[in-house]
Design a protein around this ligand. Sequence first.
Ligand SMILES: [Zn+2]
Ligand SMILES: [Zn+2]
Ligand SMILES: [Zn+2]
Length: 371
Amino acid sequence: MSLNYTCPRCGTPLGYEGLCWKCKCEQERNAALAWTPEQVAEKQENLVQNIRRLSDFKDPEHADFWQLLSYRDAITPEIQRSALAAEVFWPCEIYYHAPADVRDGLIAALLKTEDSHEAGNLMSCLAFQGDDRALETLLELERNPRPWRKGLYVDPSSYAQIGGWTFDREGQKIQLNFDTCYPMVKGISGEVSPVRIGRPREDTCPHCGGRMVDMLVLDGRDERLRFLGLDGILTAACCPSCVGFLKGPAFNRFTLDGGVEVFPSELFDGSERADCYVRPEDYKTLTENPFVLGKAPVPLFYGCASEDVNTVGGFGNWVQDAEYTTCPHCGKPMKYLAQIQWDTVFDCAEGTLYIELCPDCQIVSMQHQQT
Ligand SMILES: [Zn+2]
Ligand SMILES: [Zn+2]
Ligand SMILES: [Zn+2]
């Protein structure tokens, strides 16, 4: 493809005329953030009337839904009721914190179905509804599996994870994500930020010999980050070249004074050595990226409507299914902490780095997913 054009906003060379995809996402997001209350109400009403078009991927309903949810936190009980009435069980995020009558409708449908696929969808919907009755229902189905369980890969407690929580054998709820979300935004040169993406390290990767990088450094003592319950610094370090080629996630332990102990890792193909794909100019782009922590919190799904947003807290925009890592030290599921979209900090890398945390053990995990 010959790059005869440039993006009029950011100057990226393009093979077509118009905005690059990242600038297009930003433009759409800014438009949604600027919708007037009347425009929001109009889009909500259209969704109530045409909810089936949402599950058929039809626009404007599909785009409106994700923008209302992610940027405006504006999915109403009326939208949830119309989805239930039309038996629209996808995307399951529709039912996030739905009222009791909707929850009871979802439970009734789940207890009635004999179809594995539908049971899986309904459990995902209940996971996003997420209250005590939703938990009781999934717990009961875990203890007394229905015949449809044979058609699914995982238990109801794993479906609960989709909604950011799970439960243990005793039925105790375990929260797997944080109830606050902050975006990373482009700062001005030299701006001080309690969160930094991509800080260079001196040590090198045992597999490829490239420089390790602190992919996320975060100071929990900043007022905005109090929700994390960290009285100091969290550091998540990995090799940006190898993290996508490891057998499982990369791990490190951190100390609140900024220390890091990187855990040994293995390459997924069993080999000892890997090529380093990160060029010196890529390290420069990564470690000189402009991102700083946003000034104000945003809706929990803010990072879920596009692939150009880095967030701390809330929900991740999982490429595949949400995958909460088991803490290698205590064996409990880790909590989802942050997502970094590679191509916001590299010129030509794809996919997402998801960072999780075990607050008890002060261990972080980093895993890579891409389409
Ligand atoms: Zn652009
Ligand atoms: Zn490496
Ligand atoms: Zn742990």
